[in-house]
Write a protein that binds this ligand. Structure first.
Ligand code: M6R
Length: 610
């Protein structure tokens, strides 16, 4: 959610930190700040601003700051409104210690009261500020010792980076529940919450795990646990290209990411499909043939868009692999008493691999004896490192807050898994081949949809001022309807609901009138004829119908106002093709309303708090 970046080296730190913050802006963006070390023992120099990084740049231009060591932060408010005072970094009473924090300090109330009693003055409403004062109270010349003592008192989650001008040649960072990584340079090093912040400078990174602290110097770094025992860490190499995290001529990351889907889907499937045998090779499952054949149930858990792909996975797995499958919101799963056995496979789906609820649900499933399998996009993320096995999506960095290419890659990865599980049971080679061939056809089919994006734009023109939308679909297209509605509401702020088409008559039909656009996801599949009746019910009440179809349908004649055709595929892959016009529709509506498509209000890309 919030973003952290820190630099220690010989260059001017300020441009490095500001550039890093801009790359992190998609994670959280209501305010930002930077602190630079300004000579031993002198107060740390801090500038903060409400709003975009551009506002922070303006504040720095007014009163420039110098230094070659510093920390910076972009905030997504939890405690206290977004304003300059609540923005990070937070400094202690002496002004010599500065700290940035992602996460939530749950016992900040009693800690704050205790610190105030001993004379500390607080200036913000944040939970984070207690950390700066705790470090101050414990500081005795060595910053890492003070951080260890401070963290011993803290309950909650954190990724922190701290500097002190009284121990100036280091940045100290620590992690519990919020991602952090060290970027390794030459004669300079970095700390960041996300690899995007430092990718312009280095590809060599060390991921911190929970309970670890890093002491980062110009010429090296040390990682230890909170008892200060050294931990040996491996160095990972990041393969992304810088242009993958840039807009590349598009107005928005979301549009770029929508347009990338022929490639991203290809990358998800690369080397994994054995079409002739109707089979898939998934190297990272880490499950024996015996374990795969003897699963008695699958639980899929996720949040948001990833939860929608989970619903599609459930249908695929039950239909084609014949294994009982349940889908649970991760935030609900973690707090109930689910039935999990040692023959349960818990699949966790997450673009970021850092969603707090999903991570907690995975840990809970593991604790109860399930094997866990992560479908994750972000390589090296916490879920990817803690799961028992996984399928990386290989969709490349997704920067737009609205998930697009990750969703289609998730569905494709679930189809690959279905193929594998099905063929280990009673799926015939003929069926397997049919699925594999349909998967292979997807990239070209998606491209053919994208080539007609202007048709969707015209539909968007007609509905940019709508205030409500209904999205309806049956079977595999019901989760597609949910996803279409989520896309619209999160970036255009139009109220939208997804429903199983036939459920409409049990309530939502009361909403239908000439002001209510209804999007039907109605490709020619096994439930198409049933959907026609539902279209009829809407039309009879004056609703305006937008239909996503896959061929000329005489039965729909006179019943629909706008139509967009997608290519014909097998039932289970319809949501992949239907997702493309739905994504474009929300994109164009939001853009026409003049909204900040990539950074919608109140949202963050990766939700690392509960
Ligand atoms: O990174 P994750 O896939 O775990 O994120 C889950 C949700 O927070 C995410 O899908 C969210 O719903 C998106 N904004 C949807 O576009």
């Amino acid at each position: 959610m919030c973003g952290i970046v820190g630099y220690i080296g010989t260059r001017k730190a300020q441009p490095v930190l500001i550039e890093g913050l801009k790359r992190l802006e998609y994670r959280g963006y209501d305010s930002a700040g930077v602190s630079l070390m300004n000579g031993k023992g002198s107060p740390v120099d801090t500038r903060k601003a409400k709003g975009k990084i551009a506002m922070l740049e303006a504040a720095i231009a007014e009163r420039p700051i110098e230094g070659s060591t510093g920390i910076a932060h972009t905030r997504w408010a939890t405690h206290g409104p977004p304003n300059e005072c609540n923005a990070h970094p937070h400094v202690d009473c002496t002004g010599t210690i500065s700290l940035v924090h992602n996460g939530i300090i749950e016992n900040y109330g009693p800690l704050r009261a205790m610190l105030q009693k001993t004379g500390h003055t607080f200036v913000s409403e944040t939970d984070t500020e207690v950390l700066a004062h705790l470090v101050e109270a414990a500081f005795d010349g060595n910053l890492e010792d003070a951080v260890v003592d401070a963290l011993a008192l803290v309950e909650g989650t954190y990724g922190i980076a701290v500097i002190s001008s009284n121990d100036p040649d280091k940045i100290v960072a620590a992690r519990k529940g919020s991602p952090l990584l060290i970027g390794i340079g030459e004669g300079e090093n970095y700390i960041a919450s996300d690899v995007a912040a430092i990718l312009a400078h280095t590809r060599q990174v060390v991921y911190l795990d929970d309970g670890e602290m890093a002491i980062i110097r110009r010429d090296g770094y040390t990682v230890c646990d909170l008892d200060q025992q050294i931990v040996k860490k491996g160095v990972s190499r990041i393969d992304w290209d810088l242009d993958e995290i840039e807009k590349g001529g598009f107005d928005h990351f979301m549009l770029k990411e929508i347009m990338e889907q022929p490639t991203t889907i290809t990358n998800t499937m690369r080397g994994r499909l054995v079409t002739e045998e109707g089979f898939s090779k998934l190297g990272g499952l880490n499950l024996t043939m015996d374990e795969l054949q003897n699963l008695d149930q699958i639980i899929i858990t996720a949040c948001g868009t990833s939860w929608h792909s989970a619903l599609i996975g459930e249908l695929m797995i039950e239909e084609h692999a014949r294994i009982r499958c349940e889908v649970e919101y991760a935030s609900e799963f973690r707090y109930r008493n689910p039935i999990v056995t040692d023959k349960t496979l818990c699949i966790v789906i997450s673009q970021s691999g850092e969603t707090a609820d999903t991570l907690a649900a995975m840990r809970e499933a593991k604790r109860r004896g399930a094997k866990t399998l992560g479908l994750v996009n972000q390589v090296g993320s916490t879920i990817a490192r803690e799961d028992d096995g996984g399928i990386y999506l290989h969709a490349g960095p997704e920067i737009g807050v609205a998930s697009t290419k990750a969703f289609t890659s998730q569905v494709v990865a679930l189809a690959l898994l279905t193929l594998k599980l099905g063929r280990l049971r009673d799926m015939s080679v003929v069926k397997g081949r049919e699925i594999a061939q349909a998967l292979e056809a997807l990239p070209a089919q998606i491209q053919s949809i994208l080539d007609r994006a202007s048709e969707v734009e015209k539909i968007a023109d007609a509905f940019a001022d709508a205030t409500n939308f209904l999205y309806l679909g049956r079977g595999y297209n019901f989760p597609a309807a949910l996803e279409g509605a989520l896309k619209l509401k999160e970036i255009s702020y139009i109220h939208a609901e997804g429903y199983p088409a036939a459920e409409m008559k049990h309530g939502p039909i009361a909403l239908i009138d000439a002001e209510m656009p209804v999007v039907f996801i109605a490709p020619h599949d096994s439930v198409f004829d049933k959907v026609v009746s539902n279209v009829q019910e809407v039309k009879a009440r004056g609703g305006r119908v937008i239909a996503i179809t896959s061929r000329e349908e005489p039965s729909l004649e006179g019943k629909i106002d706008y139509e967009f055709r997608i290519p014909q595929t097998i039932d289970m892959l319809n949501p992949v093709l239907a997702a493309i016009p739905l994504q474009l529709l929300s994109y164009y509506i939001a853009a026409k309303r003049g909204l900040n498509v990539d950074q919608p209000r109140n949202l963050a890309k990766s939700v690392t708090v509960e």
